[in-house]
Design a protein around this ligand. Structure first.
Ligand code: ZN
Length: 240
C-alpha cells in the first residue's frame, strides 16, 4: 500500500493537479489530506470539490476553520485575512459546512494525522524545532504522525532523544517515533517553489518525499485576475 499524504493545498489547483498526477505515476493507491485546502490562492471551490470527491481522510487546517466559520480575522496577518474574506465569498454554504465539519485529528491504519500539532490541535502552534516536536511526541500514541501547517518539510525522530533529520526519504524503524511534515502543495516556504508531498509505503516501511513542478504561471495569473494581493502571486514563485 502506497499512500500519498499532502497538506496545505491553499486553493492552488495547478499544484494539486500536478501532485495527484505524480502520485498516480508513483503507484499510490490511497490519499490523505492534512488540511488547509483553501486560503491564499485563487481556486478554493475547485480544490475543495476535488478533495471532497476523492473521499479520502481529511483533517482541518486553520484556514479551513476560518472559512467554515465566521471567525474573527483580527489576529491574522492582513494579506491572509484579505484572501480569507475573498475565499468565503467564493464558497457556497454547503462547501463552507464541509470545511467546518472536518475533524482535527485522525488515526489511519497505525498512524496519526493532524494539521498543526497533537498537544494542542486547536491552538495552531507551529512545530519548527525539536523542542516543539517534544511537546507533540508526549501526545503521540502511534509510531508515526504526519502534520503540515508550517509549509516546510521536516522529520523529527524520538529514539533515546529527539532529533531532527533532513527531510529525505527515510525508513521507519521500530521502537522510534516519527513526526513528519509533508511540506505544502500550494505554497511551499522552504525556498523551493515546487509542490511538496510524501508517499508512505506501508509494505516497505518507507516515507518518500516528493517535489513536483506545476503550471505556476497559470496559478499566478488566476491570483492577479481574482484581485487577490499580488504578493501572493510573487511568493509562490520564490517558495516563501
Ligand atoms: Zn497552511
Amino acid at each position: 500500500m502506497r499512500i500519498a499524504i499532502f497538506s496545505d493545498i491553499h486553493a492552488n489547483l495547478e499544484a494539486l493537479d500536478a501532485v495527484l498526477a505524480d502520485a498516480e505515476s508513483q503507484s499510490c493507491d490511497s490519499y490523505i489530506c492534512l488540511g488547509d485546502v483553501v486560503g491564499y490562492n485563487a481556486s478554493p471551490a475547485e480544490c475543495l470539490e476535488k478533495v471532497k470527491a476523492m473521499g479520502c481522510p481529511v483533517v482541518k487546517g486553520n484556514h479551513d476553520q476560518d472559512c467554515g466559520h465566521d471567525t474573527s480575522l483580527e489576529m491574522m496577518n492582513p494579506t491572509a485575512a484579505e484572501a480569507l474574506l475573498w475565499t468565503r465569498e467564493q464558497l457556497n454554504p454547503e462547501q463552507r459546512q464541509w470545511l467546518a465539519r472536518l475533524r482535527m485529528v485522525r488515526q489511519i491504519h497505525d498512524f496519526t494525522v493532524v494539521h498543526s500539532t497533537l498537544d494542542q490541535p486547536t491552538s495552531w502552534n507551529y512545530v519548527t524545532n525539536k523542542f516543539d516536536a517534544m511537546a507533540n511526541f508526549s501526545y503521540q500514541v502511534t509510531p508515526v504522525c504526519f502534520y503540515g501547517h508550517t509549509h516546510v518539510p521536516r522529520v523529527f525522530i524520538r529514539g533515546s532523544r529527539v532529533q531532527e533529520v533532513p527531510a529525505e526519504s527515510i525508513v521507519i524503524e521500530p521502537d522510534q517515533k516519527y513526526f513528519i511534515n509533508t511540506g505544502s502543495v500550494g505554497q511551499p516556504r522552504d525556498g523551493d517553489w515546487r509542490a511538496s508531498y510524501c508517499i508512505y509505503d506501508l509494505d516497505h516501511n518507507m516515507v518518500i518525499f516528493r517535489r513536483v513542478e506545476y503550471d505556476i504561471k497559470t496559478a499566478q495569473k488566476k491570483i492577479i485576475d481574482a484581485g487577490l494581493p499580488e504578493s501572493l502571486a510573487d511568493r509562490i514563485e520564490v517558495g516563501r
